[in-house]
Ligand binder design. Structure first.
Ligand code: NDP
Length: 247
C-alpha cells in the first residue's frame, strides 16, 4: 500500500537535530523523499538520512546556511536536480537569543533576524516558483509571539515576522492550491530549549502546559505531518499552537 506522501519531495531546513530532524524522519516515514538541510553538523544530517532510507524513502543531506540567499538557491537546485520536483517546504531552521534588549548587540540582533527572518524569506522566494501546484509550506514560529516573555524581544520579533510572511505567502500562492501555515511550539525538549537551563527552570516551563510537561519533537512533527497532508487542503494562512495548551 502506498504511504500518504509517496512520490512527494520535501525540503526540511535545519534538520540535523531537534525538531527539524524529527520532522524529516516523520515525513520520510510517511513516504516522502526528503532533503535534509543543515548548517554545520554533516554527520548528524547523514544519520537522519540513513533513518529515512531505512524507512524506505530517499534522502540527501545538503549543507546550506539559510541566511545566505545564494546557498538557499543552491539548496533548492540540489533538491530538484536529485528528485526532479518539490512538493513540501518546512522552514524549521532557527536560532534563539534569550537576553534583555538592553544587553543585545547590533551583531546579535542581526544574526537572529538573518537566520530566522531572511532565511525564511529566501526559502519562500524560491518555493513560490519551484513548488508544484498543490504544494505545502509549514513555517516554525513560537508561542513567544503570544506570551510576551521578557528576554525574548529579538527572537519574538523574528518569529512575528515569520508569521506575517507566511500569511501573505499563503495569499500569493493560494490560486495554485498551495497552502502555507505556521506551527508555533511551546517549549520543546531540544538543544535549543535545554542549553544553559537549570532543571528547575525546565520544570517551571513544563508547568505552563496544561499537560504538565515540555513538548517532544514528535509532538511537533505530527502537527507538521497533518499540515503537509492531503487532509489539510482547506487549511491555509493559519497559526497552529502546538504547546500543550500553554498559548
Ligand atoms: P535546535 O537548535 O535544536 O536545532 C536547530 C537546527 O537548525 C539544527 O539542525 C541546525 O543545524 C539548524 N540551523 C541553525 N542555524 C542554521 C542556518 N543558519 N542554516 C541552516 N540550518 C541552521 O532547534 P529546535 O529543534 O529546538 O528548533 C527548531 C525550530 O523550532 C526553530 O525554528 C525554533 O525557533 C522553533 N522553536 C523551538 C522551540 C523549542 O523549545 N525547542 C519552541 C518554539 C519554536 P546545524 O546543527 O547543522 O548547524
Amino acid at each position: 500500500m502506498n504511504k500518504p506522501l509517496h512520490n512527494k519531495v520535501a525540503i526540511v531546513t535545519g534538520a540535523s537535530r531537534g525538531i527539524g530532524a524529527e520532522i524529516a524522519r516523520t515525513l520520510g516515514g510517511a513516504g516522502a523523499n526528503v532533503v535534509v538541510n543543515y548548517a554545520k553538523d554533516r554527520e548528524a544530517a547523514e544519520a537522519v538520512c540513513t533513518a529515512i532510507q531505512q524507512a524506505g524513502a530517499e534522502a540527501i543531506a545538503i549543507k546550506a546556511d539559510v541566511s545566505n540567499s545564494a546557498e538557499v538557491c543552491r539548496l533548492f537546485d540540489a533538491a530538484i536536480e536529485r528528485f526532479q520536483r518539490l512538493d513540501i517546504l518546512v522552514n524549521n531552521a532557527g536560532v534563539l537569543l534569550s537576553r534583555k534588549m538592553s544587553d543585545i548587540s547590533d551583531d546579535e540582533f542581526d544574526r537572529v533576524l538573518d537566520v530566522n527572518v531572511k532565511g525564511v524569506f529566501y526559502a519562500l522566494r524560491e518555493a513560490a516558483v519551484r513548488l508544484e501546484d498543490g504544494g505545502r509550506v509549514v513555517n516554525l514560529s513560537s508561542t513567544v509571539t503570544r506570551l510576551m516573555l521578557p528576554n525574548y524581544g529579538a527572537y519574538a520579533a523574528s518569529k512575528g515576522a515569520v508569521e506575517q510572511l507566511t500569511r501573505v505567502f499563503a495569499r500569493e500562492v493560494g490560486d495554485r492550491g498551495i497552502t502555507a501555515n505556521i506551527v508555533s511550539p511551546g517549549p520543546v525538549n531540544s538543544e535549543m530549549f535545554t542549553a544553559g537551563k537549570s532543571e528547575e527552570t525546565i520544570r517551571r516551563m513544563a508547568a505552563i502546559s496544561f499537560l504538565g510537561r515540555v513538548g517532544e519533537p514528535e509532538d511537533i512533527a505530527g502537527v507538521v505531518l497533518f499540515l503537509v497532508s492531503e487532509e489539510s487542503r482547506w487549511v491555509t494562512g493559519q497559526n497552529i499552537s502546538a504547546s500543550g495548551g500553554a498559548a
